[in-house]
Every structure is written in structure tokens, then in C-alpha cells.
Design a protein around this ligand. Structure first.
Ligand code: ZN
Length: 163
């Protein structure tokens, strides 16, 4: 046998005599190097802030676009167009956030008082009706307008005094 064949056989034997490879044991995965392990709340908070920022930018751009259309197509001044666009945004918010449907037995939607059969009205609410006292309708409407105004102004980053 040649020298090389002898060496090869020795090497093969020595390789086969080695223990079979096993899967290396490693510590459990704890995140990539430099990851923010244990800071998922911070990540969620950052994601929420980003979502809020995106919503703010989208709302602001929609408001500006609406105002531009009112100004150029409607022929109104820019301040009037921006005020009108804000009112449109508030109306849009109200349409996207309808009243919660209920039943008369739940009481007045506004004041939670009992609703006698001869002293109640139904208003459209989502996929049903909301029930309330006739005298509470105006107050509820004003409260919803105020809420929508706060929400939309907050989304647009306005102070209460703006528009
Ligand atoms: Zn009421």
C-alpha cells in the first residue's frame, strides 16, 4: 500500500472513531445582539406614537387639501376655507363615530333617566337606534359636537381657540 493510501486509511479510521456530531447546546434565544430585550413596552409605545403621528399627518394633509379645494374652487378666503374644512372634518368624525344603539329599557342615552313610552324619541345610531328624552336631544347634540371638535382639533394639533 502506498504511503498516501495508508495515511488516508488512518485518517478515515480516526474520523470514523470520532464521536458523532451532536447539535450544539446553546442558551435560549434572547434576542439579537443589541436588541431591546425587555423593552417591548417601549417598542409598543414608540409604535403607538408613530401611529398617532401618522394619523396626525394624514388628518392634517386631508384638512389642508379640503381647505385648498374650498379656497380655489369655492372662491373663499384661506381662513374661511380652513374653518370650513375643519367643520367638514368634525362632521366626518361624527359620521365615523355614530351613537351606540340601545333599547328604551336602558334609559335615556344622554341623562340615563327612565324613558316613559310617551316621552322618548329614537335617533339613528349605528345599525339601530338610540333612545332619549326629547328635551335631551339638543344637549346631546351639543355634547357630541364639542367632543368631535376636541377630537379633531387634537388630531390636527390645534388649540381650542383655533378656528
Ligand atoms: Zn334624558
Amino acid at each position: 500500500m502506498s504511503k498516501w493510501m495508508t495515511m488516508l486509511k488512518e485518517r478515515c479510521i480516526s474520523v470514523s472513531a470520532m464521536a458523532a456530531p451532536t447539535k450544539p447546546t446553546e442558551p435560549p434565544f434572547v434576542g439579537f445582539v443589541g436588541s431591546l430585550q425587555g423593552e417591548t413596552e417601549k417598542i409598543d409605545q414608540l409604535a403607538a406614537e408613530r401611529t398617532n403621528q401618522d394619523a396626525h399627518v394624514s388628518a392634517w394633509m386631508a384638512w389642508q387639501e379640503r381647505a385648498a379645494i374650498m379656497e380655489h374652487e369655492g372662491g373663499v378666503t384661506r381662513p374661511d376655507a380652513e374653518a370650513g374644512a375643519l367643520q367638514d372634518a368634525i362632521a366626518h368624525w361624527l359620521a365615523r363615530h355614530p351613537l351606540t344603539p340601545g333599547v328604551p329599557e336602558d334609559g335615556c342615552m344622554h341623562c340615563a333617566g327612565a324613558l316613559p313610552v310617551d316621552y322618548r324619541v329614537a335617533v339613528l345610531a349605528g345599525a339601530g337606534h338610540a333612545w332619549l328624552h326629547p328635551a335631551c336631544m339638543q344637549e346631546m347634540k351639543e355634547a357630541r359636537l364639542a367632543l368631535a371638535g376636541r377630537e379633531v382639533r387634537g388630531l390636527l394639533g390645534f388649540s381650542e381657540a383655533a378656528y
